[in-house]
Design a protein around this ligand. Structure first.
Ligand SMILES: Cc1cc2nc3c(=O)[nH]c(=O)nc-3n(C[C@H](O)[C@H](O)[C@H](O)COP(=O)(O)OP(=O)(O)OC[C@H]3O[C@@H](n4cnc5c(N)ncnc54)[C@H](O)[C@@H]3O)c2cc1C
Ligand code: SF4
Length: 467
């Protein structure tokens, strides 16, 4: 009751925009323990309900408050294989449903999480846990994002031989080649992978399942398969001029940037770079915000981010009460670094010169409900405008997993949205094949992917060793 919320805050703006180091700072140990002391140990902890991995938040807040970092980590890790990832990039729905947030500021649960796992690594509490008893069953995990890694960890701990296939050059999925280094340092992934290697998980990067290993080989060589290959089909904007040079999907830009930082050579002719350019980011979500921060670090001349939906309110609406996720305006560290944000704008066409993007025509839109209660968009006549641009990044989300190739070859069913159809056990229409993460849920969050990997692992284990 006597201690206020204290966020660690970001590194100073003029410092952080010149490098790709993590923007978030840390509190000293005493402040961190004080922050954990703010947890009220509620009889009904809504934070636990709000957290997709069901983190036992009040329990480990109490242990952090007492400085028992080992026990705090053990409780935290018992429901989440990767608190170091969520501690950095989770949007923390737990904090939105923290009981303190009804009348005060929520406990800094996400930062406390990052700090707990950092203490546990630094104090040597996180060591390989090598399973001596092995079941002799082999499991293939396709894709090494948070869903695949979560499933791989738990299946390996259950004694199965786990091989993780990854088509990219390094393990980590979107943690590695999507989320920028300034939000999540890749050392966070490497540190955990070292533990996994020591524990016996087999990693095979640069292997595209469905190309380098056929469907038949996969099903013959493994007793069960876990698909964790993400939702990589980006939403397109098929308006006039879409094919002009200089209009790219956000992921083309972001993955190149992360690869460059990791030391990979990007051929000059394939390079997408924001230096000295007027950048337009289309799409107001998190991926768009990552494009903003990356463009700023690449020394763009200007960065504008537009969104087709109206600007969200700054406070919760009456029909969006606590403890639900608040549909309010979110401002990231990247937005604070010098970007113009605009809402209710639709893109009509891309305009080029010598096949190079020069301008974009935009129009303001209104949103209203039709008789059936559906939202309908109408263009405001006379509001058309043309803005100068040198680089356009399409950040409008992802529609579904890529069907062509592995998924079609496996012959498994899709749901109405084109995702891999699974039952409550994350089992597909082929009983030997399970799926978890974005591939079955659609593009979502790291924390949800971790939870999906957990559910898949529990049910694969039961499938392989029933009783
Ligand atoms: C730019 C960006 C920023 C984001 N920021 C955040 C954030 O801050 N916080 C948050 O919670 N969420 C964020 N997300 C969402 C989050 O990253 C995803 O929801 C999460 O990574 C999904 O995990 P996954 O394991 O299902 O799939 P992915 O992480 O997409 O991993 C799938 C992996 O499968 C591999 N693969 C695909 N096909 C094959 C094949 N045939 N053979 C072998 N390998 C294959 C892919 O190369 C990829 O590595 C962000 C997403 C993006 C795009
Ligand atoms: S994983 Fe996310 S929702 Fe769960 S406790 Fe951590 S920050 Fe909160």
């Amino acid at each position: 009751m006597t201690i206020g919320r204290k966020d660690a805050g970001y590194r100073p703006l003029n410092d952080r925009i010149h490098d790709y180091g993590e923007v978030e700072q840390t509190l000293d140990e005493n402040d961190r323990m004080d922050q954990a002391a703010r947890c009220m140990d509620c009889g009904v902890p809504f934070c636990h309900w709000g957290c997709p991995v069901g983190s036992k938040i009040p329990e480990w807040q109490d242990l952090v408050y007492k400085g028992n970092w080992k026990a705090a980590y053990e409780v935290l890790h018992s429901t989440n294989s990767f608190p170091e990832f969520t501690g950095h990039v989770c949007p923390a729905p737990c904090e939105k449903s923290c009981v303190l947030a009804i009348h005060n500021e929520a406990v800094t649960i996400r930062e406390n999480e990052a700090s707990t796992v950092e203490h546990a690594f630094n104090l040597g509490f996180i060591q390989p846990n090598i399973q001596e008893v092995r079941t002799g069953k082999k499991v293939a995990v396709v894709g090494s994002g948070p869903a695949g890694l979560s499933a791989a960890d738990l299946l390996n701990q259950a004694g199965h031989e786990v091989t993780v296939f990854e088509k990219n050059s390094a393990i980590g999925g979107l943690l590695r080649f999507g989320i920028p280094d300034f939000k999540l340092s890749k050392t966070q992934i490497d540190r955990r992978l070292e533990i996994f290697l020591a524990e016996g998980i087999i990693f095979k990067p640069n292997v595209t399942v469905g190309v380098d290993i056929s469907r038949d080989e996969l099903l013959a060589q493994f007793d069960a398969v876990v698909l964790a290959n993400g939702a990589e089909q980006a939403r397109d904007l098929p308006v006039e001029g879409r094919d002009i040079n200089g209009v790219y999907y956000a992921m083309e830009f972001l993955s190149q940037s992360n690869k460059r930082i990791a030391g990979e050579d990007i051929p000059e002719e394939l390079g997408i770079h924001a230096k000295d350019k007027k950048v337009l980011v289309i799409g107001g979500g998190d991926t768009g915000s990552d494009c903003v921060g990356t463009s700023i670090r690449q020394k763009a001349r200007s960065v504008t981010q537009i969104e087709i939906l109206p600007k969200p309110a700054s406070e919760r609406a009456d029909n969006n009460p606590w403890p639900y996720w608040p549909n309010t305006l979110r401002t990231s560290s990247s937005h604070l670094e010098g970007c113009e944000r605009r809402w209710s704008l639709s893109t009509k066409r891309f305009i080029g010169e010598n096949n190079q993007i020069k301008q974009v025509e935009l129009v303001s839109v209104d949103w209203s409900k039709d008789e059936a209660g559906r939202w309908v968009m109408t263009e405001k006549s006379g509001s058309e405008e043309i803005i100068d641009v040198d680089l356009v990044l399409l950040s409008m989300g992802f529609t579904q997993p890529v069907h062509n190739g592995l998924l079609d070859a496996l012959g498994i069913e899709y749901d109405g949205r084109g995702n891999v159809k699974v039952n409550a056990k994350k089992q597909t229409s082929n009983e030997k094949i399970f799926a978890c993460g974005d591939v079955e849920a659609g593009a979502t969050l790291v924390v949800r992917a971790i939870e999906a990997g957990k559910i898949a692992a529990i049910n694969v284990d039961e499938f392989l060793c029933p009783e």
